[in-house]
Design a protein around this ligand. Structure first.
Ligand SMILES: C[S@@+](CC[C@H](N)C(=O)[O-])C[C@H]1O[C@@H](n2cnc3c(N)ncnc32)[C@H](O)[C@@H]1O
Length: 277
């Protein structure tokens, strides 16, 4: 791993992460459900709080390649929409865990609408919770960025059965990110680092996994970033009516900023799948 970037590795900040998602849920959720069906497309939005569409969830689930009835862990399940979708689509027994109380409470409520699926949600930090048995697989969407990947992968290794599988979708670093951009992309979001593809793969191997697949989703991610800007502009009046001019300006500026960094070729998006050796 490049020392230049490694020197920028920040400590994990789960207090900050917890506050971030409790606040985001309180303030943003109406806007999220207004904006993102347009950003993703109606049939591609299920209430996910991550940058991936339903088609990409499907791809990720297929990469895990586990039979019906497998025990699968969703790390950082948020408000549980992805976990419920996975349980329906792949007939896995899903456990979703999240450290932020507001989204995971919402997940528990949401789950009640689907009595036939095998799913449960836990409010805890993944590092603190003792599970009663090992998992056949685990995944994360938009959650792994909050971790030091080396710490997390070692922990995931211990949570899996022999030959258990792990998959996740995350933003990746594609080019040299300036110090100012680094601050916005890491500290401002309580993310310790922006890993490159090679760094993720090196850390997977170092933690006892063999990389199976790395699917590049940068193309759709770029379009997603562009639409995050244009949809906000198109919905300006609705957003302001529900929030305030200040909220609208801040949210649009953030979307523009991320679109700009992505457009410069510095950020991409990938789905990684690995097997416990
Ligand atoms: C961007 S949200 C993604 C939510 C969900 N996976 C989705 O796609 O809708 C990231 C989630 O990871 C959770 N998270 C971050 N660190 C965690 C930890 N140490 N243990 C459990 N959950 C964590 C956050 O609370 C947050 O809800």
């Amino acid at each position: 791993m490049s020392n230049e970037f490694l020197n920028r590795l920040l400590p994990e900040n789960f207090c900050g992460t917890q506050t971030l998602y409790n606040e985001v849920m309180r303030e943003n959720i109406i806007i999220h459900d207004l904006v993102y069906p347009h950003v993703f497309g109606k049939d591609q939005y299920i209430g996910q709080f991550s940058d991936n569409s339903v088609d990409e969830l499907q791809l990720m689930g297929q990469s895990l390649d586990l039979p019906k009835g497998s025990r699968v862990l969703d790390i950082g399940a948020g408000r549980g929409r992805v976990a419920v979708w996975m349980a329906h689509r792949f007939s896995w027994k899903i456990t979703g865990i999240d450290l932020a109380e507001i989204p995971i409470q919402e997940a528990k409520e949401f789950r009640k609408q689907f009595p036939s699926i095998d799913i449960n949600f836990i409010h805890a930090n993944i590092y603190d919770y003792q599970f009663d048995s090992l998992f056949d697989g685990l995944y994360g969407t938009g959650a792994f960025c909050h971790f030091n990947a080396e710490n997390l992968f070692k922990h995931c290794y211990d949570l899996l059965q022999p030959s258990g599988r792990m998959t996740f979708m995350e933003r990746i670093r594609l080019g040299p990110i300036t110090n100012a951009d680094w601050q916005h992309l890491t500290a401002d979001w309580n993310c310790p680092y922006v890993y490159s593809k090679e760094e993720y793969e090196t850390l997977l191997e170092k933690s006892g996994f063999k990389s199976l697949k790395a699917i590049d989703l940068t193309g759709p991610f770029r379009l997603w970033q562009e639409r995050s800007v244009s949809v906000r502009e198109n919905l300006k009046h609705d957003i302001i009516k529900l929030t305030s001019q200040n909220y609208y300006d801040a949210s649009l500026n953030l979307a523009k900023y991320e679109n700009d960094v992505t457009g410069k070729g510095l950020l991409g998006y990938m789905c990684f799948t690995a097997i416990k050796q």
